[in-house]
Write a protein that binds this ligand. Structure first.
Ligand SMILES: *Cc1c(COP(=O)(O)O)cnc(C)c1O
Length: 390
């Protein structure tokens, strides 16, 4: 037997992707003149794909504080947190986050992906059971797979199914059970019944991990998410790359949980800590977010108006009631055609297709922000309507 050519597995995988018309590549952009605009290959596009839900990424306060912290502390943090990479600005930001989210403690992570993919295995081992919603983000899936725990997924937002799985698990000999859900789901834009899930977690004495990535900044009292002050949640995860307009992530938890993660979580321990400019931007964002009711109201109005009018045009949008709106087209090629048609008419909105979503549920996924104006939304609706008739 001879070894195959070293790289032939790559050729085969890429060829397969191309044949299926699912080969992906990167497109580069530059921010446009207006904040909702993005400069594509040869023109400005209205951006309906950004997670910058409040428009904070260009906010002067964030930029100023990023500059200030850079000037004082430098461009990098020079070490991991347990070595010399914890500056007073890291500590102060964690205190601010804990106070805002109403927990004893908070801990910074370098990204949501890094936190999710590494915390889950820190909380479980091969004697544990993980139960995650079927539509959970890939970072949570990676965490579950890395953990070596038994891993089952419950049907999306199906509390009865979760209850059944918990019930049968309680008759087995797992050392612990970890339930994982998102509060706002990243592909369908619908919400979990987090309070009901938290009640189940308490009933069955299970740990609960709530990924609040798309809710912090946007939903809940003072924009502090949908998981805050729900009792029964052990890990509340928020990201800074979305509504916070920066980069990184955090966990809000008990002081004991924080100590445990500092001591045992590899994705916290073995990595350089977040750099001063990022800490500066996030520090400014957490001061602003609770006060941004005007922006949130604008965003919520945008969401209602957009969804109602997309539905009027005859498109299904799933049970989404958030800033993430899936416009279901179904057929894969048709969805790609629509994305191209939108781009030709000055709109950036990506096609999401299998395997990211189930077969025949290909969609244009749009995300709205507080900086979209009525004219941008009207333009989108007009173009979508014209395509419908074409
Ligand atoms: C975006 C996202 C993440 C990853 O966060 P990053 O900080 O971008 O790595 C995790 N979970 C969910 C649900 C997300 O949508």
């Amino acid at each position: 037997m001879s070894f195959e050519q070293k790289l032939s597995f790559i050729d085969r995988a890429l060829e397969k992707r191309k044949k299926e018309n699912r080969f992906r590549s990167l497109t580069s952009y530059r921010p446009g003149e207006e904040q909702v605009e993005i400069w594509g290959k040869d023109r400005d596009l209205i951006n309906f794909c950004s997670n910058d839900y409040l428009g904070l990424s260009k906010q002067p306060e964030l930029i100023e504080k990023a500059k200030e912290f850079t000037e004082t502390y430098g461009s990098g943090s020079t070490a991991s947190r347990l070595i010399a990479g914890t500056y007073d600005i890291h500590r102060k930001l964690e205190e601010k986050l804990a106070a805002a989210f109403g927990t004893e403690a908070a801990l910074l992570f370098n990204s949501g992906f890094q936190a999710n993919s590494t915390i889950i295995g820190t909380l479980t081992d091969r004697h544990s059971l993980i139960l995650a919603d079927k539509l959970c983000h890939n970072s949570l899936l990676q965490g579950a797979l890395l953990s070596r725990a038994t891993f089952h997924r419950f049907d999306h937002n199906n509390i009865d199914h979760l209850n059944e799985l918990l019930h049968s698990a309680s008759e087995q000999s797992y050392n612990r059970i970890l339930i994982i859900t998102e509060t706002v789901f990243s592909m369908d834009g619908d919400r979990a019944d987090i309070e009901e899930i938290a009640r189940l977690a308490i009933d069955y004495n299970a740990l609960l991990f709530a990924d609040d990535a798309h809710a912090v900044g946007v939903w809940g009292e003072r924009g502090l998410g949908l998981a805050r002050s729900v009792s029964g949640i052990d890990i509340l995860l928020g990201t800074f790359g979305k509504a916070f307009g920066a980069f990184g992530s955090f966990v809000a938890c008990s002081a004991k949980m924080r100590d445990y993660l500092i001591n045992f979580c590899p994705g916290f321990i073995y990595t350089t800590s977040l750099p001063p400019p990022v800490i500066g931007a996030v520090d400014a964002a957490i001061d602003l977010i609770p006060e941004m009711e005007k922006e949130r109201n604008m965003l919520h109005r945008n969401i209602k108006y957009m969804r109602r009018n997309i539905n009027k045009l005859g498109y299904e949008t799933k049970p989404s009631d958030t800033q993430i709106i899936p416009v279901i087209i179904g057929d894969e090629q048709k969805t790609l055609d629509l994305a191209e048609y939108l781009a030709d008419h000055g709109i950036l909105a990506t096609a999401i297709r299998p395997p990211t979503v189930p077969d025949q549920s290909s969609r244009i996924r749009i995300t709205l922000s507080a900086v979209h104006r009525r004219k941008h939304i009207e333009h989108f609706l007009k173009v979508l309507g014209d395509w419908n008739r074409g």
